[in-house]
Ligand binder design. Structure first.
Ligand SMILES: [Zn+2]
Length: 161
């Protein structure tokens, strides 16, 4: 029987000062986007900011609803804004910041499964990876080279139609 191993590399920057200036600026934009969060039920706020290939920064946040399945994550909010308002522009990097006013979060939260799937398909559509920068209330930032690294063996549309 053959064994295959799938792994993911995460680079960890202990402070924003150790990021390059463009990445640090994007993390700050994602932190600003926390103010856009509508999260009265969980108090779990997520801000995201995407750097597009032309230098545009698109910000968005999670939007909750009393009917929980209707909630939209920050990552997919940003990707929807990008797809609708900046059609054809590639996402180069996305920074994602989590915050809960009721407790200090010191470890980054990674995108949920649904967002991983949408990020993966966005990479397929644009044919380039999306680097991810994940952080929290601390400035420690986890850097991941491609959203697909978080969703190995992802489903795609190759078998459809
Ligand atoms: Zn999500």
């Amino acid at each position: 029987m053959e064994k295959r191993t799938i792994s993911c590399n995460i680079h960890i920057a202990k402070s924003l000062e150790t990021l390059d200036s463009s990445d640090a600026q994007l993390v700050k934009a994602a932190r600003e986007a926390l103010s856009l969060s509508y999260s009265p039920y969980s108090n779990f706020k997520v801000g995201a900011a995407a750097l597009l290939e032309d230098g545009t920064i698109v910000k968005g946040a999670n939007q909750e609803n009393a009917a929980y399945p209707m909630c939209i994550c920050a990552e997919r909010s940003v990707l929807s804004i990008t797809s609708n308002s900046y059609m054809g522009k590639k996402v180069v990097v996305m920074a994602i910041v989590v915050h809960n006013p009721n407790q200090r979060i010191t470890v980054p939260a990674s995108p949920c499964g649904a967002c991983r799937q949408v990020l993966s398909e966005t990479e397929d559509r644009q044919k380039t990876p999306i680097r991810l920068l994940l952080t929290s209330d601390s400035d420690e930032t986890w850097m991941i080279g491609s959203a697909k690294d978080l969703l190995p063996l992802s489903f795609n549309g190759d078998l459809l139609s």
